[in-house]
Design a protein around this ligand. Sequence first.
Ligand code: GDP
Length: 327
Amino acid sequence: MPRALITGITGQDGLYLSELLLSKGYEVYGLIRGQNNPKAELVAREVPDVRVLTGDLTDLSSLLRALRVAQPDEVYNLGAVSFVAYSWEQAALTTEVTATGVLNVLEAIRLHAGDDLSRVRFYQASSSEMFGKVQEVPQRESTLLWPRSPYGVAKVYGHYMTINYRESYGLHASSGILFNHESPRRGPEFVTRKVSLAVAAIKLGRQDKLVMGNLDARRDWGFAGDYVDAMWRMLQQPEGGDFVVSTGETHSIRELLETAFDVAGIADWEKYVEQDPRFFRPAEVDLLIGDATRAREVLGWKPSVDFPGLVRMMVESDLKRLTDAVR
Ligand code: GDP
């Protein structure tokens, strides 16, 4: 039975990846941070077969201990301070977790595996946010990186460190440059989920306004369930590599709003939406749109859910969640 260790198990991707690996017969270990982490309950409820270990990306010896217990064939580093807007407020913490944390996991693997580094394969969750002020449209693996937020800068560090462990030590290490990927499990601070939750609440008469930031921003949004499959495929290759994972389509926040309100049967969406500078970013990334040709050709990967399908899934899920909550 193959064994996997996932950091960031309590997040959206950690949960989807756990489900995928469990369905493939893996023994899955998940790293959880801190004492009495309230999200431990979420993991126990959603993926009860995952074995939870305590550890922290900023604590090398806790990572070594987790590796000793899990004895993983595959390590997926999904843990990070992951909200871009927040990374401006806590830039140093973001660096410690999202950047140095990657080095800690790589070092822990190297120390743990000793002479036989081929025992462990490594996946690093890199991000389209690394492209920032984009130098090429669409973006691919070779596009020059130009991050525009502390989060983006930290992810660039992790990306290059992953490549360096591959080149310097021969570690089977892959960097997945994932564009935005969403789902009903997305945190409510991200724009898609903020919108799906608000539209459901407005539909049910429990909220009357939705306060937003920049409506002209555009993103290449895919479904998280599809994207974790790409992660797994990367680690099944004969060698590690870098892969852009994206849909190749972009949509604006305005289109997101229009589509989400439409799913709920509300036509005049502008009536409900206001803008507030509070939700604007100090700097925006430019036109993020990914070219996933390499993932398609080498990994045989392609997305199964399109933009309208994704928005529908999220709004319907929140409508059901809010309706069930009052029953
Ligand atoms: P990101 O791509 O990781 O930063 O994902 P987000 O979902 O947080 O943001 C996507 C885009 O939506 C960014 O360009 C934001 O400026 C824009 N946006 C507009 N209004 C909002 C809002 O109210 N909340 C968030 N989170 N983003 C917003």
